[in-house]
Design a protein around this ligand. Structure first.
Ligand code: UDP
Length: 235
Protein backbone atom coordinates (compact mmCIF):
# COMPACT_ATOMS: atom_id res chain seq x y z
CA UNK A 1 0.00 0.00 0.00
CA UNK A 2 1.19 3.50 -0.77
CA UNK A 3 2.06 5.90 2.02
CA UNK A 4 0.69 9.42 2.16
CA UNK A 5 3.11 12.22 3.08
CA UNK A 6 1.45 15.64 3.21
CA UNK A 7 -1.03 14.55 0.58
CA UNK A 8 1.49 12.99 -1.79
CA UNK A 9 1.41 9.23 -2.33
CA UNK A 10 4.70 7.32 -2.03
CA UNK A 11 5.28 3.80 -3.28
CA UNK A 12 6.84 1.47 -0.69
CA UNK A 13 8.45 -0.83 -3.30
CA UNK A 14 12.21 -1.35 -3.28
CA UNK A 15 14.40 -1.69 -6.39
CA UNK A 16 13.81 -5.41 -6.83
CA UNK A 17 10.07 -5.16 -6.42
CA UNK A 18 9.92 -2.23 -8.81
CA UNK A 19 11.89 -4.05 -11.50
CA UNK A 20 9.69 -7.13 -11.38
CA UNK A 21 6.54 -4.99 -11.37
CA UNK A 22 7.80 -2.97 -14.36
CA UNK A 23 8.70 -6.07 -16.37
CA UNK A 24 5.18 -7.33 -15.74
CA UNK A 25 3.75 -3.98 -16.84
CA UNK A 26 5.60 -4.31 -20.15
CA UNK A 27 4.56 -7.89 -20.74
CA UNK A 28 0.93 -7.26 -19.82
CA UNK A 29 0.89 -3.98 -21.79
CA UNK A 30 0.05 -1.68 -18.90
CA UNK A 31 1.31 1.90 -19.16
CA UNK A 32 3.36 2.94 -16.15
CA UNK A 33 4.76 6.30 -15.11
CA UNK A 34 7.53 6.66 -12.54
CA UNK A 35 8.14 9.90 -10.68
CA UNK A 36 10.87 10.60 -8.13
CA UNK A 37 9.58 12.27 -4.97
CA UNK A 38 11.72 14.45 -2.73
CA UNK A 39 10.83 16.94 0.02
CA UNK A 40 11.16 19.84 -2.39
CA UNK A 41 8.46 18.41 -4.65
CA UNK A 42 6.18 17.62 -1.72
CA UNK A 43 6.54 21.18 -0.45
CA UNK A 44 5.85 22.63 -3.88
CA UNK A 45 2.75 20.45 -4.11
CA UNK A 46 1.41 22.05 -0.89
CA UNK A 47 0.87 25.27 -2.80
CA UNK A 48 0.19 23.79 -6.18
CA UNK A 49 -2.88 21.56 -6.34
CA UNK A 50 -2.25 20.74 -10.00
CA UNK A 51 1.25 19.50 -9.21
CA UNK A 52 -0.08 17.42 -6.31
CA UNK A 53 -2.62 15.78 -8.61
CA UNK A 54 0.05 15.15 -11.20
CA UNK A 55 2.36 13.45 -8.70
CA UNK A 56 -0.50 11.33 -7.43
CA UNK A 57 -1.38 10.23 -10.96
CA UNK A 58 1.96 8.46 -11.37
CA UNK A 59 1.98 4.67 -11.16
CA UNK A 60 5.09 4.60 -8.97
CA UNK A 61 6.20 7.50 -6.76
CA UNK A 62 9.70 6.51 -5.68
CA UNK A 63 11.15 7.79 -2.39
CA UNK A 64 14.14 9.74 -3.72
CA UNK A 65 15.84 11.90 -1.13
CA UNK A 66 16.66 11.12 2.48
CA UNK A 67 13.99 13.60 3.63
CA UNK A 68 11.20 11.31 2.45
CA UNK A 69 12.66 8.41 4.46
CA UNK A 70 12.95 10.61 7.56
CA UNK A 71 9.36 11.77 7.11
CA UNK A 72 8.12 8.19 6.85
CA UNK A 73 10.06 7.30 9.98
CA UNK A 74 8.59 10.25 11.89
CA UNK A 75 5.14 9.03 10.97
CA UNK A 76 5.88 5.42 11.87
CA UNK A 77 5.59 4.49 8.21
CA UNK A 78 7.02 1.67 6.12
CA UNK A 79 9.44 3.33 3.76
CA UNK A 80 12.91 2.44 4.95
CA UNK A 81 15.24 2.91 2.05
CA UNK A 82 15.78 5.37 -0.72
CA UNK A 83 15.04 4.58 -4.33
CA UNK A 84 16.83 7.22 -6.35
CA UNK A 85 15.81 8.14 -9.87
CA UNK A 86 19.23 7.52 -11.35
CA UNK A 87 19.83 4.21 -9.59
CA UNK A 88 16.41 2.95 -10.61
CA UNK A 89 17.15 4.03 -14.18
CA UNK A 90 20.42 2.03 -14.13
CA UNK A 91 18.66 -1.02 -12.70
CA UNK A 92 15.97 -0.75 -15.35
CA UNK A 93 18.72 -0.66 -18.01
CA UNK A 94 20.32 -3.74 -16.49
CA UNK A 95 16.97 -5.56 -16.54
CA UNK A 96 16.25 -4.32 -20.07
CA UNK A 97 19.54 -5.79 -21.31
CA UNK A 98 18.77 -9.11 -19.64
CA UNK A 99 15.15 -9.35 -20.77
CA UNK A 100 15.61 -7.86 -24.28
CA UNK A 101 13.51 -4.74 -23.73
CA UNK A 102 14.12 -1.68 -25.87
CA UNK A 103 15.08 1.68 -24.40
CA UNK A 104 14.83 5.31 -25.60
CA UNK A 105 16.63 8.34 -24.10
CA UNK A 106 14.81 11.66 -24.45
CA UNK A 107 16.10 14.95 -23.02
CA UNK A 108 19.15 16.99 -21.98
CA UNK A 109 21.30 19.21 -24.21
CA UNK A 110 22.19 18.10 -27.74
CA UNK A 111 24.89 15.41 -27.67
CA UNK A 112 24.37 14.39 -24.05
CA UNK A 113 21.89 11.57 -24.65
CA UNK A 114 24.23 10.07 -27.29
CA UNK A 115 27.09 10.10 -24.79
CA UNK A 116 24.86 8.64 -22.09
CA UNK A 117 23.87 5.92 -24.57
CA UNK A 118 27.52 4.96 -25.14
CA UNK A 119 28.19 4.83 -21.41
CA UNK A 120 25.09 2.74 -20.72
CA UNK A 121 26.01 0.22 -23.42
CA UNK A 122 29.51 -0.05 -21.94
CA UNK A 123 28.01 -0.68 -18.54
CA UNK A 124 25.29 -3.07 -19.72
CA UNK A 125 26.52 -4.98 -22.76
CA UNK A 126 23.63 -6.07 -24.95
CA UNK A 127 21.43 -3.16 -23.89
CA UNK A 128 19.32 -2.16 -26.87
CA UNK A 129 18.97 1.64 -26.98
CA UNK A 130 16.78 2.13 -30.02
CA UNK A 131 16.87 5.92 -30.11
CA UNK A 132 17.89 9.20 -28.50
CA UNK A 133 16.56 12.74 -28.82
CA UNK A 134 17.74 15.94 -27.11
CA UNK A 135 15.38 17.93 -24.93
CA UNK A 136 15.30 21.16 -26.90
CA UNK A 137 13.36 19.99 -29.93
CA UNK A 138 10.17 22.08 -29.99
CA UNK A 139 8.11 20.29 -32.65
CA UNK A 140 5.94 17.77 -30.82
CA UNK A 141 5.20 15.90 -34.07
CA UNK A 142 8.90 15.31 -34.64
CA UNK A 143 9.28 14.18 -31.03
CA UNK A 144 6.32 11.77 -31.26
CA UNK A 145 7.39 10.42 -34.62
CA UNK A 146 11.01 9.84 -33.52
CA UNK A 147 9.92 7.95 -30.42
CA UNK A 148 7.15 5.90 -32.01
CA UNK A 149 9.25 4.87 -35.03
CA UNK A 150 11.87 3.44 -32.67
CA UNK A 151 9.26 1.32 -30.83
CA UNK A 152 10.86 1.39 -27.37
CA UNK A 153 9.38 -0.46 -24.39
CA UNK A 154 10.88 2.02 -21.95
CA UNK A 155 11.56 5.75 -22.24
CA UNK A 156 13.62 7.88 -19.87
CA UNK A 157 12.58 11.52 -19.97
CA UNK A 158 15.19 14.04 -18.82
CA UNK A 159 13.60 17.48 -19.15
CA UNK A 160 13.87 18.57 -15.51
CA UNK A 161 11.06 18.67 -12.99
CA UNK A 162 8.12 19.16 -13.13
CA UNK A 163 8.27 19.75 -16.88
CA UNK A 164 9.11 16.11 -17.61
CA UNK A 165 6.22 14.87 -15.45
CA UNK A 166 3.69 17.11 -17.21
CA UNK A 167 5.14 15.99 -20.53
CA UNK A 168 4.82 12.32 -19.63
CA UNK A 169 1.22 12.61 -18.47
CA UNK A 170 0.24 14.57 -21.55
CA UNK A 171 1.90 12.21 -24.03
CA UNK A 172 2.07 8.72 -22.55
CA UNK A 173 -1.18 7.47 -24.03
CA UNK A 174 -0.26 8.34 -27.62
CA UNK A 175 3.31 7.08 -27.43
CA UNK A 176 4.62 3.57 -28.02
CA UNK A 177 6.51 2.91 -24.75
CA UNK A 178 4.87 1.21 -21.76
CA UNK A 179 7.27 2.54 -19.13
CA UNK A 180 7.93 6.26 -18.66
CA UNK A 181 10.43 7.48 -16.10
CA UNK A 182 11.25 11.14 -15.41
CA UNK A 183 14.97 11.26 -14.66
CA UNK A 184 15.88 14.97 -14.32
CA UNK A 185 19.60 15.55 -14.79
CA UNK A 186 20.52 11.84 -14.97
CA UNK A 187 21.78 11.90 -18.57
CA UNK A 188 24.22 14.67 -17.58
CA UNK A 189 25.56 12.44 -14.80
CA UNK A 190 25.70 9.23 -16.86
CA UNK A 191 27.41 10.96 -19.78
CA UNK A 192 30.09 12.19 -17.39
CA UNK A 193 29.19 15.87 -17.76
CA UNK A 194 28.14 16.19 -14.12
CA UNK A 195 29.81 14.37 -11.23
CA UNK A 196 27.81 12.59 -8.55
CA UNK A 197 28.92 12.38 -4.91
CA UNK A 198 31.36 9.54 -4.08
CA UNK A 199 29.62 6.31 -3.07
CA UNK A 200 30.71 6.64 0.58
CA UNK A 201 29.01 10.05 0.74
CA UNK A 202 25.89 8.65 -0.90
CA UNK A 203 25.74 5.80 1.61
CA UNK A 204 25.88 8.24 4.50
CA UNK A 205 22.88 10.05 3.05
CA UNK A 206 25.00 13.18 2.62
CA UNK A 207 24.61 13.66 -1.11
CA UNK A 208 22.71 16.88 -0.38
CA UNK A 209 25.81 18.26 1.40
CA UNK A 210 28.04 17.34 -1.53
CA UNK A 211 25.65 19.04 -3.92
CA UNK A 212 25.52 22.09 -1.66
CA UNK A 213 29.30 22.41 -1.87
CA UNK A 214 29.42 21.76 -5.63
CA UNK A 215 26.35 23.80 -6.53
CA UNK A 216 26.08 26.41 -3.75
CA UNK A 217 23.20 28.18 -5.48
CA UNK A 218 21.05 25.25 -4.42
CA UNK A 219 21.12 26.28 -0.74
CA UNK A 220 17.72 27.93 -0.97
CA UNK A 221 16.19 24.72 -2.29
CA UNK A 222 17.76 22.78 0.56
CA UNK A 223 16.33 25.05 3.25
CA UNK A 224 13.05 23.38 2.45
CA UNK A 225 14.09 20.16 4.20
CA UNK A 226 13.79 21.28 7.85
CA UNK A 227 10.56 23.12 7.01
CA UNK A 228 9.25 19.96 5.43
CA UNK A 229 10.10 17.74 8.41
CA UNK A 230 8.48 20.21 10.82
CA UNK A 231 5.36 20.19 8.76
CA UNK A 232 5.23 16.39 8.74
CA UNK A 233 5.66 16.38 12.53
CA UNK A 234 2.83 18.85 13.00
CA UNK A 235 0.40 16.73 10.97
N1 UDP B 1 16.34 20.14 -20.10
C1 UDP B 1 15.87 19.77 -21.35
N2 UDP B 1 15.01 20.61 -22.00
C2 UDP B 1 14.60 21.79 -21.47
C3 UDP B 1 15.07 22.13 -20.17
C4 UDP B 1 15.94 21.27 -19.52
O1 UDP B 1 16.22 18.72 -21.86
O2 UDP B 1 13.83 22.48 -22.13
C5 UDP B 1 17.29 19.22 -19.44
C6 UDP B 1 18.60 19.85 -19.02
O3 UDP B 1 19.49 19.89 -20.12
C7 UDP B 1 19.04 18.90 -17.93
C8 UDP B 1 17.72 18.48 -17.31
O4 UDP B 1 16.71 18.79 -18.25
O5 UDP B 1 19.69 17.79 -18.48
C9 UDP B 1 17.38 19.24 -16.02
O6 UDP B 1 17.99 18.67 -15.00
P1 UDP B 1 17.85 19.27 -13.54
O7 UDP B 1 18.97 18.72 -12.76
O8 UDP B 1 17.62 20.75 -13.61
O9 UDP B 1 16.46 18.64 -13.13
P2 UDP B 1 16.05 18.05 -11.73
O10 UDP B 1 16.93 16.84 -11.54
O11 UDP B 1 16.31 19.15 -10.74
O12 UDP B 1 14.63 17.72 -11.95
Amino acid sequence: MKENILGVQISPLNYEQLISSLLKDIDEKRKAFIVAINPEKIMKAQEDEQLKELLNKATYQIPDGIGVILASRLKGGNIHSRVTGIDLMLKICEAAAKHHKKVFLYGAKPGIAEKAKEELIKQFPGLNIVGVLHGYEKDIDIIRHTINEAKPDIIFVALGSPRQEYWILENMNTLYPMIFQGVGGSFDVISGNLKRAPESVQKLGLEWLYRLIKEPWRWKRQLELPKFLLRVLKR
